[in-house]
Design a protein around this ligand. Sequence first.
Ligand SMILES: NC(=O)c1ccc[n+]([C@@H]2O[C@H](COP(=O)([O-])OP(=O)(O)OC[C@H]3O[C@@H](n4cnc5c(N)ncnc54)[C@H](O)[C@@H]3O)[C@@H](O)[C@H]2O)c1
Length: 324
Amino acid sequence: MGCGAIAQWHVEALQAAERTTVTACVDVLPEKAEKVATMTGGTAGASIADALNIGVDALAILVPHHLHEQLVTEAFATGVHVALEKPMAPSVDACERILAIADQHRDQVFMLTENAQYWPEVLMAQELINNGAIGELVTARSWHNFGITKEFYPSDQAWRFQQTAAGGGVALDTGSHWLRPLRMILGEIDEVVAITGRLWEKMEGESMVRSLCLFESGVVASFDVMLATGAVGLQPHFQFTGTSGEIVVSALGEVRLFDGKDWSGTVVGHGSYMDSYKGVWRDFESAVLDGTPLAADARYSLGEVRAANAIVRSGQTKKWEKVW
Ligand SMILES: NC(=O)c1ccc[n+]([C@@H]2O[C@H](COP(=O)([O-])OP(=O)(O)OC[C@H]3O[C@@H](n4cnc5c(N)ncnc54)[C@H](O)[C@@H]3O)[C@@H](O)[C@H]2O)c1
C-alpha cells in the first residue's frame, strides 16, 4: 500500500520474486492505485480493508514517514505479514512503539525494507573485508550526492520537504542507505559530529550533511550526503581503507580492490543498486513462506534512525553527539 515512487521500483523488483503475486494495489489516490494495478495485474483499492477483501497474505507499506506507525498498527491487527519502508518512523519513540506491536504479533513477519542490506557491491566489499583482503579496517568514507527529481520531489509541497511528514532531512531519508552499509561493515556507531546545511529554502529538514561517525570499534568513517541544487560529479559510494589495501565501491557499480598488485587496482566485481530491491523481496518471501530469519531484524534499523537524529543534533550543537 502506497503506490507512489518507490512502489514502482518495488514492483519491478517483485517480478524476480517467483513465489509472490501482487494482488491488491492500495492508495488513497485512485489514479496511483490504478497505475500500479495496471503494471502488476493487481486490483486497485483505497484502504487496508479493500486489500483484505481483494485477498492478501502480506502488506508492503510504502507511504510517507509520519503515516508508518498508524498503518503498521492497522496492518498487524489484520493478521497479515508486514514489510515497512525505511525509516521505521521519524522518532525513536515511534519506532519503539512499532516494535512493541510487532512483538505482540510474532507469528507475523515484520520486515523493515532497508534495501541497502542487499546491495550487491556492499555485500562483495563486506565479504572481501571479512576475508582479510585489505587487512584490518582503518577508516572508511561514504558519499551520496543526488539531485531533485520529479519522481521523489514532485512539487514544492512534497511531503519530503515538510518536517512533520518526513521527520527530518537527507540523513534520515536517503542517508539511511549509506549508513546501513557502514554499520554492516564497521559495526555500531557510537557518536557523530556533523555540519548540516539547508540548501533548499522549501525543505525544512537538512539537505546537506558533512559528518564523521566514530564506531564502537574506534574506527572513524565520513558520511556525506547532499540533495544538491545543481549537477554533481561522481565520487565513490564507499571507500574502505585497511592496513594493507583499499576497496572502492564506485557510483557506477564497480568494486575495485587495491592490494598493491596493480597501482590502478583490480576490478573484483560489478553490481547494481537496483538489484538490492530484488534482495528485499527474496528475503521477505522466504521469511514468510519458509520461516527463514531475515538478513536483519527490524530492530537493527533503529541504528540508522538514531544516527540520523544524532547527526541533526550535532548540526545544532556543533559537538560530538552520542548515537545510543
Ligand atoms: N528504499 C528506497 O530506496 C526508498 C526510496 C524512496 C522512498 N522510500 C521510502 O518509501 C516510502 C514512500 O516514499 P515514496 O517516495 O514512494 O513516496 P510517494 O509520495 O511517492 O508515495 C507515497 C504514496 O502513499 C500514498 N498514501 C498516502 N497515505 C496513504 C494511506 N493512508 N493509504 C494508502 N496510501 C497512502 C500517497 O498517495 C502516495 O501515492 C517512504 O518511507 C520513503 O522513505 C524508500
